[in-house]
Design a protein around this ligand. Structure first.
Ligand SMILES: [Zn+2]
Length: 64
């Protein structure tokens, strides 16, 4: 059984552009400097939000 990878600020990869140029905003919130997506980490899952032109957040659901 593969061990679950612990998500830390140094191991967070942007699921949108696969960049590791990700900075931490809050304990469970990260920001991709490459595609300007906000990454919300919950229980090892990364939810992606796009920041809109007016500064709001848009829920990005790739499966939809
Ligand atoms: Zn990105």
């Amino acid at each position: 059984m593969p061990r679950k990878k612990k998500i830390t600020s140094s191991s967070v990869e942007c699921p949108v552009c696969n960049s590791k140029n990700v900075g931490r905003i809050k304990p469970n919130q990260y920001f991709c400097r490459e595609c300007y997506s906000e990454l919300d980490v919950k229980k090892g899952k990364i939810n992606v939000y796009a920041i809109t032109a007016d500064g709001g957040l848009k829920d990005v659901d790739k499966s939809a």
